[in-house]
Design a protein around this ligand. Structure first.
Ligand code: PFF
Length: 460
């Protein structure tokens, strides 16, 4: 039997869960990754596929992940083990939890490096380095920065320490308060930036890039990236939301909370796109600039606008916080497992995993400097990737491990758990249709993931 309460604690209320899960979902994925992959994949059609994946794959799978977590009340690995046995199936389902822990490990290793870039840019913004710079000056600044491993390593170290400190104390204290202030502030600041973009940028060109679908630009590679990003941005497919669900009080409605989290996440991503693309076009920058896109576009804007030092500093502070609340959720599944199965204290578990992930992150640090042996080019389903190990980890996790994890979570909730068990968790009498969810999770979500995978591997 699954325990009634998680030994790691529980949220003080449904709101605490919504805030923490939103903190997990909204992060670098929304502000850094969404704009650059949209730029690389041609805009509108890509965005449309992404929105479609959020609604038809992400939302039902998020509900599945939360309900599995709440029913199992343990680390993802043990939750899958318990629920599989409870429903009369093989304990091998726990390997789904193992894959999730591995995915979290890989993602955090590079996530921390990019969050480190934001820390550096926070200092740069505050010290007025961007003021009056030309676009090419800002590009040089970015190029010089990522070519110098010293600083990349320093900031990666600091960010991993920040993540360790929160997770060591238990994820509840702090997150709630931080997200309550952070999320509204982030939205307000994005609106300020959009206001700036309306006045000085090529706003209509930016809007049309984001929302006018040109399907001739849509490749199967782009569809895979859009689908993978739906998982990444909602923190799905690896147990992060599952572990947060394990701290959720039984009385909270999973459907309602999922809707709030997914909406907040999507809104922040679209606002980020609306702020960034008009500036990209106005300054003749390339939308396909890759991971450096926001670190070039936005500092240039901050350097030109009135109050740019203030807004720039605030913006990077908010990105750092957004990344921090996401990083915490990436580490949590690993830590809960070490506590439950290795008998470690939480602080020891957090330290051991943080150090290992930090070490692994060095591979990403050295994926960017141009003279580094692990910065290399390769081609992945017709697209050229230039940042060696970083790109490999990104493709492996976001495009393969998370969708695969999500696929099996849907299969487990839809086919292996009993109808009564899922209904018991989901049916809170809030006017939401249980059968619609079950249809989506049993048929629609897994079929869509499968179609994309089969296409990528050239099977259909
Ligand atoms: N959702 C986070 C973002 O958009 O930045 C990243 C992330 C967090 C992915 C937690 C996966 C995860 F489990």
């Amino acid at each position: 039997m699954a325990p009634k309460e998680s030994i790691h604690g529980s949220w003080s209320s449904r709101w605490a869960f919504v805030l923490a899960a939103t903190g997990s979902a909204v992060g670098l994925g929304n502000i850094w990754k969404f704009p650059y992959i949209t730029g690389e994949n041609g805009g509108g059609a890509f965005v449309l596929v992404y929105l479609f994946c959020i609604a038809l794959i992400g939302v039902p799978i998020m509900m599945a992940e939360i309900l599995i977590g709440r029913r199992g009340r343990q680390s993802p690995i043990n939750t899958m083990h318990t629920l599989a046995i409870e429903s009369g199936h093989k304990p091998a389902w726990m390997y789904l939890g193992v894959m999730g822990v591995l995915a979290g490990f890989f993602i955090l290793s590079y996530y921390s490096v990019i969050a480190g870039w934001s820390l550096e840019y926070l200092i740069k913004a505050a010290s007025g380095v961007f003021t009056g710079q030309t676009a090419s000056g800002i590009e040089t600044l970015f190029g010089d920065f990522i070519n110098d491993p010293k600083y990349l390593l320093l900031w990666h170290t600091i960010f991993m320490m920040m993540t360790y400190l929160v997770v060591a104390r238990g994820v509840k204290s702090g997150i709630e308060k931080a997200v309550k202030i952070l999320m509204p502030a982030l939205v307000v600041l994005l609106l300020v930036l959009i206001g700036y973009a309306i006045n000085t940028g090529s706003f209509s060109q930016g809007v049309s890039f984001l929302f006018n679908p040109d399907f001739s630009k849509l490749t199967w590679g782009a569809v895979l990236t859009a689908m993978g990003h739906a998982f990444f941005t909602l923190s799905l497919g690896m147990g992060a939301i599952m572990v947060y669900g394990s701290y959720l009080p039984k009385s909270a409605s999973i459907a309602k909370t999922t809707f709030m989290i997914a909406s907040a996440d999507t809104i922040v991503a679209l606002l980020a796109g609306l702020a960034i693309f008009p500036l990209v076009f106005a300054n003749a920058l390339s939308p396909g600039a890759g991971p450096g896109l926001i670190f070039i576009t936005l500092p240039h804007a901050f350097g030109q606008m009135d109050g740019g030092v203030f807004f720039g500093t605030l913006f990077f502070v908010l990105i750092v916080f957004a990344a921090w609340t996401s990083a915490i959720s990436l580490l949590e599944p690993v830590v809960t497992w070490l506590v439950e199965n290795r008998g470690m204290r939480r602080a020891t578990a957090a330290l051991t995993s943080s150090i290992t992930i930090w070490l692994f992150g060095i591979l990403t640090v050295f994926s960017f400097p141009s003279d580094s042996p692990i910065k290399f080019e390769f081609s992945f389903i017709g697209e050229t990737k230039t940042n060696g190990v970083f790109d490999i980890l990104d493709i492996l996790t976001a495009n393969i491990m998370l969708p695969l994890g999500g696929f099996f979570i849907a299969i487990f909730a839809g086919w292996f758990m009993s109808r009564d068990a899922t209904r018991d968790e989901l049916d809170m009498g809030d006017g939401f249709d249980f059968n619609a969810w079950r249809f989506l999770v049993k048929w629609v979500a897994p079929t869509l993931v499968l179609i994309v995978f089969l296409n990528i591997f050239g099977i259909i």
